[in-house]
Write a protein that binds this ligand. Sequence first.
Ligand SMILES: *Cc1c(COP(=O)(O)O)cnc(C)c1O
Length: 410
Amino acid sequence: MNSLTRASCQALDERDCLSSFRDEFVLDDTVIYLDGNSLGALPRTVPGRLREVVLREWGQGLIRSWNAAGWMEAPTRIGGKIARLIGADRDEVIATDSTSVNLFKLMVAALRLRPGRPVILSETGNFPTDLYLAEGVAGLFGDRQLRLVPADAIGFSIDADVALVTLTHVDFRSGRLHDMERITAEAHAAGALILWDLSHSAGAMPIELAGAAVDLAVGCGYKYLNGGPGAPAFMFVARRLQSALRQPITGWMGHAAPFEFAPDYTPAAGIARTLSGTPPVLSMAALETALDMWERVDLAAVRRKAARLGDLFIRLVEARCSGFRLASPRQASERGSQVSFHHPQGYAIMQALIRRGVIGDFRAPDLLRFGFAPLYIRYVDVWDAVEHLAAVMAGGEWDRPELKARARVT
Ligand SMILES: *Cc1c(COP(=O)(O)O)cnc(C)c1O
């Protein structure tokens, strides 16, 4: 530990096989960006591509671009590019809408596939939108209810009443990683379906949806995938379930033949039946351009580096700063790509760090959350971030009224 220096971090960066990716992002060297788990950084290729879509495809191509520029196929084409990242086949993934809307569609579809089973099972600490939607969906059916149990009680809470188990793979607060394969098998053994939210794991680690026999999944386009603020999200439906799947937002884009303008609804074959309305072409283009970079990324290397960055951060914070209590699993194999610490003054400390250009975020009631996106975070960034944190604490820099006033987005 004592032998760890900034120079040894630099040496780690020199040996890092992912180091060249950093130059592919627009990043300000005065900022250490530890929030790529909330909003991924901007790939350099995106602005130029957006300019081209706006001026050439929209400006000149006009409505012809729906065919000529492949706008119409964007949801399935982009879904196909996400497939490799999550261990699925290309025709099992689609990019559309938001994670929240996609959760709604797949939760309703899952309950319809399991009539007579009254329960949606999730964990108390799941991401709020996931819980709110499960509650909303249960209420919509009238005879279903949401049952919440602590994370470690999921396994033995799956009984014959459970229609759907819905969980987030990596916990947004602690970064704790669920055992996808085991819980999926437990759900199936009880006759339930499983829906995984991959928002904090897609692009952070290899995921094997097919290998784990997962039924349904959703995930976010603007976190590790770097698709831009409010980027389209994605949905996965295992091929074996696609022909029976009935999602509730039966818009024309999910119809078998949208341009026949038939009065009644016939779902499209395959994953396309999960679509509802017209794709947001500009946002789709940003996400697709970001995904083209992911084609060259080795996810196993991403996972290894994320573990090392997180381990390094934990060691340095614990050695140099007092008053922080680790909220994430200490074992890297048990956490995603983020590390969180409890501190009673967490909000003000994070504001003081942000003033210094070290950007993480805060989650109530007392969590400082730091995300390590391995494509653009270096080992020296971890070193420097802890240097700043130590200085903030030593100088009492956080102890100012203006740093304690909560902003709308924390
Ligand atoms: C980020 C995130 C979402 C985001 O949902 P939106 O519909 O994009 O607002 C949903 N679920 C989880 C687990 C997330 O981490």
